[in-house]
Design a binder for this molecule. Sequence first.
Ligand code: M6R
Length: 609
Amino acid sequence: MCGIVGHLGPQNSVDVVLEGLKRLEYRGYDSAGVSFISSDNNLKIYKKKGKIQNLIDELADKEIHARSSIGHTRWATHGGVTDNNAHPHVCEDMGIAMVHNGIIENAGELREFLIGEGVKFKSETDSETFLGLLIYNVKQGKEIKEAVIESFKKIEGFSAFVVLNKETSEIFSIKNGAPLVCGMNEVNSEVLVSSDPYALAGIANKIYFPEDQVLCHLSAGNANLLNFYELDGSKSTRYISKSQSMDHNPAEKGEFEHFMLKEIYEQPELIRSLTQFYFQGEGKESLEQAVDLPRTNLHVTACGTAYYAGLVIKDFFEQINRIPCRPEVASEFRYRDPILNKDDLALFISQSGETADTLAAQELCKKTGMKTLSIVNTEGSTLFRDCNVNLLIRAGMEIGVASTKAFTQQVLTGRTLSAVIANGGMDDNLKNSLATKYSLLAERIEELLERSDEIRTVAGEIYRKQGFFYTGRGVYFPIALEGALKLKEIAYVHAEGYAAGELKHGPIALIDEEKVNVALVGPELYEKTVSNIQEIKARKGIIVVVGPQGKKDLEEIADYYIPINFDGLEELSPLYINVVNQLLAYHIAKFLGTDIDKPRNLAKSVTVE
Ligand code: M6R
């Protein structure tokens, strides 16, 4: 979705902002723009629909030396995809430019009021009403800082705003329920703001996560480059800060053609490090706190891939811990008036920690007085800040829009919690037994990754087919759902995940020689699953079996057989099969020539409902 980058400092600000916007491309957008104060002290603005490259091309022959700049990638909500609707929105006469993420819910009535006050609008966006409010407040005689605060107070809905003021070269930012992060490099006297910490990696050595309704003030040339204020103008301490390593650059794809592939290959290493983090490292305390939370019932709420991770985690909690577990997608949960009790535990799973529906569901649970726990990747994200206890999944930055390594780490984090609860606490024996298990999983995944070409060959045979049904039973059912999601989002082909026994209750009507059944077969319920494959085969469906190695019947029934070694993996085997699905989706998408890391219509973090 929309992305924001602002920069103030000695190096050419426009370059920093454009580089930041390029890093945010993975979030999905349809136009981009930048505004800056030129060396002859004019407020400049350039915006273009389409790729950031269009904007870069537009700027290519201009001599630009700017010390402060703001930029934006827009994902249209109000008003079409046009140069004019792109951000920044600017009032040249007053020397003010602004960008916005989110939705201004009362834009209609504000616009009417502002038009009545003589404010002129240039775009169809809701965002421009904030500029209108700034113009109105400045005309009323307010200083820019006060004008930002007063304008912000009038806004309804989840939003983040960044404002560049020409007269003072300052940048202001403020948010409510939308992501915003500030960064600083004291050595270079640089300050930054962005909707995503990824834009700041390698530039800022300290990052700050302000809370809602905290005004961030970025200024150059004095001792305090970055200040935080409350809405009454007093200094604020409502932010968290952390140091950031400067040598880590997650933007590098290295030897890999796509971030998605790189992230699939990172899984073994990440899996191996998880027990260390939770039993001896920084995660120990939060895991202990999580174990102490009340948990008569467990409500698991999330979206997309994170929700499917929740379905796997549900199996752990119900089968191993016998805790009743209710998984639900956040967009439904939040409007359903769910039955929630104080002794229940609300678990939220999210890679970004910024998914609007998941945040709203968390807010709802918090209001009932329930304890809230997150399994989350992004430290400092809104979800991270709002939950009582957070279990970090330690997946590192995930850039591919299709979530891969985050799923694996989410499930393993859930498994770790379930194991500690079952064990009645943490001890070395448990640590060692989990570490051995996780290490076996990592080893098996490494073996699978070595077989990527074999999976590519299967992909090459089936990528032109008209539809895909992923089927599985029990623990493999959520993996079937996740496999289908992965394929449809990156390859743009129709795919559905089904419980293997459910196909004959309707969808089997679709089966013919143009449809593929990716059958996920585990050691449990083996015969029953094979019978389900027979039913598809009898209707001429193409059968891809991902199942136990050395099975004659599978070899006979399958058009393509991807044999795997389940031995010793037990309840972690769904994660193993899932990597086959990740690679299959990747290779099919590659054959179809889609934009794998940035699939059409999708955003990495979905910050609107
Ligand atoms: O950041 P989150 O984990 O909360 O995101 C949830 C979903 O939007 C996300 O998993 C989405 O389904 C992915 N694109 C799937 O690959």
